[in-house]
Design a protein around this ligand. Structure first.
Ligand SMILES: *[C@@H]1O[C@H](CO)[C@@H](O)[C@H](O)[C@H]1NC(C)=O
Length: 192
């Protein structure tokens, strides 16, 4: 009993110390929303890879590659709450007949009450050349009513281990129909 209350006392002291250091740090930097400083990235051991591919959302009766698994509850704005899963083919060019280079497998939900903003979790699985079997993971907000959408690339596997970067998504209206929607992605990643 005595030991545990002593431990508790020490823990409490420790916690108080940590909290006061934390607040001292915050207040000494004026608790600004935004500040900048410089970090050194290991650039001499990393390369930057640019990828461009197109994914195809197919929403037909028989062979859909996007399915809605949770309906939005009634009376929520903008379809807030609906959840979908996809396994879309990735092609080299916007044309469906161009070479397939992988799949976009993921889950996404309408997660914005104010506008159309998907919370998106997508794994791009590549099947071509030296990238075959490697993946990159994209996790972010997809503001689908914007012409150009940026999402973070948060990691990867295979040749893309330790990857980080960003993806720019853009709809390709010239070849899209409501049943077959084509989205281009320009991806920039740095990785060893
Ligand atoms: C995507 O990349 C291509 C090739 O670099 C470029 O021409 C195009 O403008 C880019 N698109 C966007 C939306 O950034």
């Amino acid at each position: 009993m005595a030991t545990s209350s002593l431990n508790y006392f020490h823990f409490h002291l420790y916690l108080t110390l940590i909290i006061s250091i934390y607040f001292t740090t915050i207040t000494s930097t004026h608790a600004a929303f935004s500040e900048q400083s410089y970090i050194t990235l290991p650039s001499d051991s990393e390369k930057v890879t640019h990828l461009r591919f197109y994914y195809h959302d197919i929403r037909n009766e028989n062979n859909p590659t996007v399915v809605q698994i949770v309906d939005a509850p009634k009376n929520t704005p903008n379809g807030f709450g609906c959840v979908l899963v996809m396994d879309d083919a990735l092609t080299e060019e916007p044309d469906w007949s161009s070479k397939q280079v992988g799949r976009a497998q993921g889950i996404f939900a309408q997660a914005s009450l104010q506008d159309l903003g998907l919370a998106m979790l997508t794994n791009f699985v590549f099947t071509e050349g030296k990238y075959a079997g490697s993946t990159i993971s994209m996790l972010g907000r997809n503001a689908i009513s914007e012409k150009i959408r940026e999402m973070p690339i948060v990691g990867g596997t295979g040749v893309f281990r330790f990857a980080r970067g960003f993806a720019i998504g853009f709809s390709v209206h010239s070849v899209s129909t409501p049943q077959h929607y084509v989205v281009g992605y320009n991806v920039t990643i740095s990785h060893p």
